[in-house]
Ligand binder design. Sequence first.
Ligand code: PLP
Length: 495
Amino acid sequence: MNNLRWNATAPGSLFDKGVVGRRAMTFPRWDGEDMDSSLPEDICRASAADLPSLSEPEVMRHFTQLSTLNHHIERGMYPLGSCTMKYNPRVNEKIAGLSGLADLHPEQSVDDIQGLLGALKLLEKSLCTLTGFDSCSLIPAAGAHGEYLGMLVIRAFHLAREDHDRVEILIPDSAHGTNPASVVIAGMKPRTINSRSDGRIDLDALREAVGPQTAGIMITNPNTLGLFETDIREVSEIIHEAGGRLYMDGANMNAIMGKARPGDMGFDVVHLNLHKTMSTPHGGGGPGAGPICVTEELAPFLPGPWIKEEAEGRFTLDHVPAEGSTGIHSYFGNVGVLLRALAYVLRLGGNGLTRASEVAVLNANYLLKRLGDVMDVQHDKGCLHEFVASGSSWKKEYGIRTLDIAKRMLDFGIHAPTIYFPLIVDEAFMVEPTETESRESLDHLVDVLHTIHQEAQENPEMVKGAPHTTPAGRLDEANAARNPDLRWAGPCNCG
Ligand SMILES: *Cc1c(COP(=O)(O)O)cnc(C)c1O
């Protein structure tokens, strides 16, 4: 009897479905001349691969069912702090999929890809306008990759001036974890600067830390507490006077588009996370694009190929001079992601981008205010695109941890927020609603947290055992991350 029940939570394997010989498509018979299409014997398999044999509807149903097992932005809210998980306009997908763009091959001649080069150049210019810089490299494939390239550029700049000992990059303690990692991979040394009690950089600590070893500073602005670095001009003066350069982690640009430009604040390099700010879908490790924009002084150190506008509407590729960084990514980076970003920028325009940031900040402040009833919010004077609440009073009073709250939210159709980050807030609970959530969905989040708060007092086991309605309950997350086993291990004779 049980076997007859449709199991929504365990759709099984493709290998268990279908019937030998069934097909999703057939090719028309070839009625041209016979061609010798045989492959060399030594690269052929000994026997046919044991692949599932399914019809198109079976495949469609299988993958559609799988897609409903996981939470995603098309299914419900995703208030994952520091990630800007916003809804992605479908028109971007359509544009990136146009055959004149999607079907190009990177080895095609420059004459064949003029349209694509024009589109990429337009995106470079748009990002320079948005950030206040002169030059842009679209090549990095992720935010952290942009950081890495930015560090290589700063290092190359110092080396070109025979300034060999500048190897230290200062990093505030509120930084994203990728920042110090990128510094190390680029061959430099991170050094932590403490934040003041208001969550911003301590200028005295900064003055003490700079010296002839200072290559630069890396600042996330707005920072991971959702706060704008108000003393950024002073920071810029201190660093530049010491001979260093300023790198801005611009992953949080969603908060300040059209309001403030890193180039105007005194930064020398910024990276953007197009897969966050410009809405390309992300999560699960990609795809992404983390372009960097730089000042004129640093432009010679960008990797190639550089797209040059030779005459109006006519583009050429310039190969990298010796100073340029190499080996960053093949060709022009993740072109599909770049095209989605351009579609987003062009459709919104300058005013639209500004409005997106305004609503993102408004939504975050609305939640900050309303969640103050149930959670501790340290920096309650207002935030930018996100804020960090704390569940430490829940832990003290009800023995409920932030992890439990986050897990229980899944039962109400909301993705868990970012938890235990940044490390400087106890039981951190970091919320970034983004501009694409409506007032009703923000209110739903508030109602859910009030409900969980009540449960924490009346029925804490309900919260501690959550989630109860998802396909899998509590997972061994550390083990899943360190020893992922992604292969189907079910009954199949795949040998
Ligand atoms: C997301 C993020 C990054 C890293 O970007 P990836 O694309 O995940 O490599 C870096 N800094 C901040 C502040 C971020 O939010």
